[in-house]
Ligand binder design. Structure first.
Ligand code: ADP
Length: 712
């Protein structure tokens, strides 16, 4: 072996101390194939479990023969040395397995090594030394392998994770798709709702959607709002918006639809509702449908209400029904009326028949009685006379007749004033009540014949008591009058003839009375008194007949003068006091009341009233005489407490020869007294009448006009 200076350097103490702590392993002399070890690091010693002196100065392959086993082998340390010398560049061996003998345990351990050989050049540029770095990488390798394993596991895990990730992504995507679908569905739902809302809003009927159990107005279309103009609905619970619904059937129905989900339909149903916010609650009629609205879980969450107001139609219908009813009633009434009409038609026909019969009877009666008729329009003065009436006035022409010319002017001059007076009374409702009954003579226009006529008629008055119509009949009583006349003449003649012997009889009786008084022949005297009385009665009777006769023949003379009724009554009173002892005759005081009348005749009337009262009332009963002024008349009355007179008889008392049956039987008389009274009063344009009640008494009255100057 050649030792150089450089060898010395490496072998020197300083370098050895330095290299001792090096991370490199060996410094070798490039003296192939020996490769002498010049310096060794502590790391290498611990790696190789050798002592430094075992190595320094010795050939490497001498110390470690195993590693130089096959110098050709590519991976041997030896070949690496050679390549590093040849190439003058560091050469690194791949990791190699190395069996090492461990002296302490006499065992082999497998270890893995790395080996790097770096050439060190000499001044000539040849490789003089090699620095070897041997690193036991067993632990590193184990760690690496563990790392690798972990990495693989990690890898696997990673891969699994990747798969899971992919799954997750897939799931995510699915979810996303679902979410998308949901969103689309939601959008569609919203669209659907919007569309439905739009549809609802445009439906030509009232539509509303009531939300929740409180039925809050969620949607109100125009038509629905129109049902309640001005009332706030939207957003309010139904019972708040329409409080008048509370307690009605509607509240119950809505709650039922909400709880059961069953649809409710109603037609022409009455709901009490107001139109406007403060308007009155009125009966309104609706056709409506309440349908439950379902949420996505098929649970009821509201009500869709469709309402259509039919109040007008219902009212029309009701009115129609009522009209029909009324029509029916009217029809019924009409039917009844028709039946009545038919009945009344039949009645009328019957009445017509009766009327015709009555007319016929009247015609026949008229024919039989030879009655003439007259009809006068008191307003126009137009007068209708039938043929017989014309005949009675001796008129042969068929022209219109005139009240003045054909009637009044044709009366007998003696009757003219009387008839005018009667007519005046007849046309005055207050005086006569329109009753007309008069007898007069006419002098024929053409034949100049005198005829006696009895005319009976009636005047009809207007609302102001004005005479409107005057109708009546006339009867020819000429014959009857002539008979009466003859009778009267006879009575007159007989009465007159009787009067003369009666007067003589009375004179003789008075003479006999004087003689009997002298002889005091009481029997003769009383007989004579009675005879004189009877003669007196007879004289009165005969005078009555004479008066009637005179009256009838118009020979009675009324001598009118002005006098005070009070004086006349006084005279009558004095007379009665002297003559009447059987009764209490009481005269009431009379105020001054002048009349223009025949005092004797009026006195005769008063006396007649008083003597009748005496005749027809019980002994000692009271008779009241009074004379008052009433309505411009002097009204005299005589009241008794007698039998009284029946109404039927009252009418006839003043007729000639009339006597009331029962009374007349035992009381003397001929029924001419009141007749004469009536005639006298009639001739004074007065009135005579009686008021009487059977069993209580009678009051006879007459009244004659007061003299103008005193009557006012
Ligand atoms: P006379 O008395 O002579 O019969 P009058 O003409 O005076 O005739 O009377 C007619 C009738 O009227 C009488 O018959 C009598 O029945 C009735 N009469 C008259 N005055 C009264 C009287 N005061 N009370 C009851 N009846 C009377």
């Amino acid at each position: 072996m050649i030792t150089t200076d450089n060898d010395k350097f490496y072998r020197g103490t300083q370098f050895q101390a330095f290299f001792k702590n090096s991370s490199r392993s060996l410094v070798l002399k490039a003296d192939a194939p020996i490769f002498t070890i010049l310096a060794v690091s502590d790391t290498y010693l611990s790696l190789t479990h050798k002592q430094r002196q075992q190595l320094l100065g010795r050939g490497l392959f001498e110390v470690f023969p195993g590693s130089a086993g096959d110098p050709s082998e590519q991976n041997s340390v030896h070949s690496s040395f050679l390549r590093a010398i040849a190439t003058r560049a560091a050469d690194e061996l791949p990791i190699f397995k190395y069996e090492i003998h461990v002296a302490e345990t006499d065992s082999h351990v497998t270890e893995y090594w790395t080996n790097v050989n770096e050439p060190l050049l000499d001044d000539d540029g040849n490789v003089a030394y090699l620095i070897n770095t041997t690193t036991n990488i067993t632990r590193q390798l184990v760690t690496e392998q563990a790392l690798e394993k972990t990495t693989a596991e990690l890898q696997a895990l990673n891969e699994q994770l990747a798969v899971t990730n992919q799954d997750l992504v897939f799931v995510n995507k699915q979810q996303e798709a679902l979410v998308n679908e949901l969103t689309v569905a939601k959008q569609n739902l919203q669209l659907e709702r919007d569309r439905l809302n739009r549809f609802f809003m445009q439906v030509p009927a009232g539509v509303c959607v009531l939300d929740g159990p409180e039925h809050v107005y969620e949607l109100v279309n125009k038509e629905y709002q129109k049902l309640f103009p001005g009332r706030r609905l939207h957003g309010l619970p139904l019972l708040e918006a329409l409080p008048e619904i509370r307690g009605t059937a509607i509240e119950e129905i809505l709650n039922k639809v909400y709880t059961t989900g069953e649809t409710y339909e109603a037609s022409s149903s009455m709901v009490p509702l107001a139109y406007t916010p403060d308007g009155p609650v009125v009966e309104r009629y609706f056709n409506f449908i309440y349908q439950a609205r379902l949420d996505t879980n098929n649970q009821v969450d509201g009500i869709v209400a469709l309402a259509f107001e039919v109040t007008e139609a219902v009212k029309d219908q009701q009115a129609l029904a009522q009209n029909e009813l009324r029509l029916q009633e009217m029809n019924n009434e009409l039917a009844v009326a028709n039946r009545e009409l038919t009945a009344s038609s039949e009645q009328q026909a019957a009445m017509n028949a009766e009327l015709i019969a009555a007319y016929e009877q009247i015609r026949l009666s008229k024919e039989a009685a030879e009655l003439g008729t007259f009809d006068m329009n008191m307003v126009t003065g137009h007068m209708e006379w039938d043929a017989r009436c014309r005949q009675l006035f001796g008129i042969s022409h068929q022209n219109k007749v005139d009240f003045e010319e054909d009637f009044l002017a044709r009366l007998h001059p003696d009757d003219m004033d009387r008839v005018r007076a009667v007519l005046a009374a007849t046309f005055n409702k207050l005086v006569s009540n329109g009753n007309y009954d008069v007898q007069y003579r006419t002098i024929g226009v053409d034949d100049h014949q005198v005829r006696w006529v009895r005319a009976k008629g009636q005047v009809y008055f207007g609302p102001n008591d004005e005479p409107l119509r005057f109708i009546g009949s006339v009867l020819n009583i000429t014959e009857q009058k002539e008979d009466d006349q003859r009778k009267n003449d006879f009575i007159g003649m007989v009465s007159h003839e009787l009067k003369t012997p009666l007067t003589s009889l009375n004179a003789y009786l008075q003479m006999l009375q004087a003689r009997a008084r002298k002889t005091e022949d009481t029997f003769t005297l009383s007989s004579l008194d009675k005879s004189v009385n009877q003669v007196k009665k007879m004289t009165v009777m005969i005078n009555g007949f004479l008066n009637v006769s005179r009256l009838e023949s118009g020979k009675i003379h009324i001598d009118k003068r002005s006098f005070d009724m009070a004086d006349l009554v006084k005279e009558v009173e004095d007379d009665s006091i002297a003559t009447i002892t059987s009764h209490q005759v009481v005269f009431a005081p009379v105020v001054e009341s002048y009349v223009v009348a025949d005092g004797d005749k009026i006195g005769q009337v008063i006396n007649n009233f008083i003597s009748n009262a005496v005749k027809y009332s019980p002994l000692n009963s009271t008779i009241n005489v009074a004379c008052e002024t009433v309505d411009g008349h002097a009204q005299l009355s005589v009241r008794d407490e007698g039998f009284g007179i029946k109404p039927d008889d009252q009418q006839k008392l003043f007729d000639r020869y009339y006597r009331v049956e029962s009374n007349a039987t035992h009381i003397a008389g001929f029924g001419i007294g009141l007749y004469l009274c009536a005639e006298i009063i009639r001739r004074h344009e007065g009135r005579i009448w009686v008021e009487s009640e059977v069993g209580k008494g009678s009051t006879f009255y007459f009244s004659i006009p007061l003299e103008r100057s005193t009557s006012s």
